[in-house]
Design a protein around this ligand. Structure first.
Ligand SMILES: [Zn+2]
Length: 303
């Protein structure tokens, strides 16, 4: 396994006091270093994503809006949650580029597990809009890139971030070859597209206060049969760790053991249907220690 990351991800600045801050990533990488995980899973730098790859998932208006919104200094809000600084566009492009590079790696080399330690996150970004800290939907861009590759007919995006992956659903809803499975606290932000009823969209709402037992039962009864039916050639993971009980933004009560369990379920699906191929990318997670330990549990289960 290897891990894509880039110094530019730390240069994406947000408003003072914002939860989605550069320390999330620096703290996570320092923890992985201390745990010895980086000696087994070395860091690599991604390439920029192409405009064509972005435009497979997003409208030209959205790309132009992002380009014209970036400030030359300081930070500007696109909405009350979503901010841009000078480096943000480049960071978002490199985050999407990391997922596309990772897809190429698992499809064309003997490596079948890659993690993308990126920010900003992506799964709330819809076809035509940035929202929820997200500018470009890296995982959806990666899924559409994968479908362009020989031998890849179906992919799955599995999203265990505490927030619904509305952007991934929005972009992928008209692509039946992409299954999107999303578990999320409900009712809660963003409250969009979370009741869509179609075969390739699997929405798994969880009440505030739900613990790991409730989470595991819900995943086993909703994601598992759907993924068995879909038989993906590649599994992409929107790995958010804000469903952890220590997270300040939400109210689910998962622990590191639950993130290890869900990762093992994903590994089982990938080993059965996808030649073991998993590309995972970081989404949310706002308690620095919980994020670092949960992501570490996720990586160890993937390895
Ligand atoms: Zn989240």
């Amino acid at each position: 396994m290897h891990i894509y990351t880039h110094p530019e991800f730390l240069n994406h600045e947000v408003a003072e006091g914002h939860a989605e801050r550069p320390e999330r990533l620096s703290h996570l990488l320092a923890h992985l270093q201390r745990e010895g995980i980086l000696s087994d899973s070395p860091l690599r730098q991604p390439n920029d994503v192409s405009d064509a790859q972005i435009l497979a998932a997003h409208s030209l208006e959205h790309l132009q809006f992002l380009r014209s919104s970036a400030p030359s200094e300081g930070v500007v809000p696109l909405d009350p949650d979503t901010w841009m600084s000078k480096a943000s566009m480049n960071a978002a492009r490199l985050a999407a580029g990391a997922v596309c590079n990772a897809v190429d790696d698992v499809l064309t080399t003997t490596e079948n597990r890659v993690f993308c330690a990126v920010r900003p996150p992506g799964h709330h970004a819809e076809t035509g809009s940035a929202m929820g800290f997200c500018l470009l939907n890296s995982v959806a861009i990666g899924a559409l890139h994968a479908l362009q590759q020989p031998g890849i007919e179906r992919v799955a995006i599995v999203d265990f971030d505490v927030h619904h992956g509305n952007g991934s659903v929005d972009i992928c809803q008209h692509h039946p070859e992409i299954m999107v499975c999303s578990s999320f606290q409900h009712p809660y932000y963003p409250n969009r597209l979370d009741d869509l009823d179609q075969p390739n969209i699997v929405n798994t709402p969880l009440q505030a206060g739900s613990n790991g037992d409730v989470f595991r039962r819900a995943i086993s009864s909703s994601w598992q049969p759907a993924l068995q039916r879909h038989q993906p050639d590649l599994v992409l993971v929107s790995a958010g760790f804000d469903a952890h009980q220590a997270d300040p933004l939400a109210a689910l009560n998962l622990t590191e053991a639950d993130f290890s369990w869900i990762t093992q379920q994903i590994v089982d699906v990938a080993n059965q249907h996808s030649q073991g191929r998993i590309v995972s990318t970081l989404e949310g997670g706002y308690d620095l220690d919980a994020l670092a330990k949960s992501a570490s549990a996720h990586l160890q289960a993937m390895m």
